[in-house]
Design a protein around this ligand. Structure first.
Ligand SMILES: Cc1cc2nc3c(=O)[nH]c(=O)nc-3n(C[C@H](O)[C@H](O)[C@H](O)COP(=O)(O)O)c2cc1C
Length: 223
């Protein structure tokens, strides 16, 4: 698989097979992804990988706390700015609508939407769950570096026949996850990520999100 194929075939997978991913594969991906660039070569990424019993135990813990705390513990950062404006607002809206349409959950079906959203906290059935953290004293440029590391992980995963879904949703369970992982206080969870083999029969995996055209976001001069 070449880079263009990895980029084109990456999508957010939201239903996985239970087929395990060998530890050696996860190690190889996380290790190779360290070639991601970072300003000043700070390499600010910290990653925790769970599988098997630890993964199952974390999922159980979050599930047990959900009924008394349906919205979680609150994210430590604004996942989106309040009152999102155009064009971002419409894009976000469409992404949600298209996602729920794949599984026939209509707008009025709040419970159906909640149920699907809660699948985040099962890593959508993936056998591997990753958490990406950053030192809370670092700033926006280092968060951007962390994003580059994450994208590199997602592309390398494709080369191994795996799919992924980045999951900011995990940030709202930062206390439970932090306590479970034994995170040092200086580390903040940015995102989780489900990793595994895509369930090809799952309707939710039929979603292919659209993109603005090049003309809408790129300015080229002097060519
Ligand atoms: C940092 C980050 C966090 C994300 N968090 C979630 C999440 O919590 N749950 C989810 O279902 N999708 C999540 N996504 C997936 C986005 O919705 C998805 O990338 C976007 O809609 C584009 O679709 P595609 O990834 O299939 O191309 C996240 C993506 C990124 C990059």
């Amino acid at each position: 698989m070449n880079v263009a194929e990895a980029v084109a075939s990456r999508m957010s997978c939201r239903a996985f097979l239970s087929t395990p991913v060998p530890e050696a594969t996860v190690r190889a991906i996380l290790d190779a992804a360290k070639q991601a660039p970072s300003g000043g070569n700070l390499q600010p990424w910290r990653v925790y990988a769970l599988a098997g019993e630890p993964l199952a135990e974390l999922i159980r813990r979050v599930r047990a706390r959900m009924p008394s705390n349906p919205k979680g513990e609150g994210s430590e950062y604004d996942i989106y700015p309040p009152d999102l404006w155009e064009p971002y607002r419409s894009r976000r809206f469409k992404c949600g609508e298209d996602l729920y349409a794949t599984i026939g959950v209509v707008r009025e079906d709040k419970f159906g939407r909640l149920l699907q959203f809660a699948r985040n906290y099962e890593f959508f059935g993936a056998p591997v769950g990753l958490f990406f953290c950053v030192d809370r004293k670092l700033g926006l440029p280092q968060w951007s570096d962390l994003g580059m590391y994450m994208q590199t992980v997602m592309l390398l995963a494709r080369e191994h026949g795996l799919h992924t879904c980045a999951q900011e949703a995990w940030s709202v369970w930062h206390s439970t996850v932090g306590e479970f992982l034994g995170l040092p206080p200086e580390l903040m969870i940015f995102s989780g990520m489900a990793v595994g083999f895509r369930d090809e029969s799952a309707p939710i995996n039929r979603l292919r999100t659209d993109r603005a055209t090049l003309e809408e976001f790129a300015t080229l001069r002097g060519f």
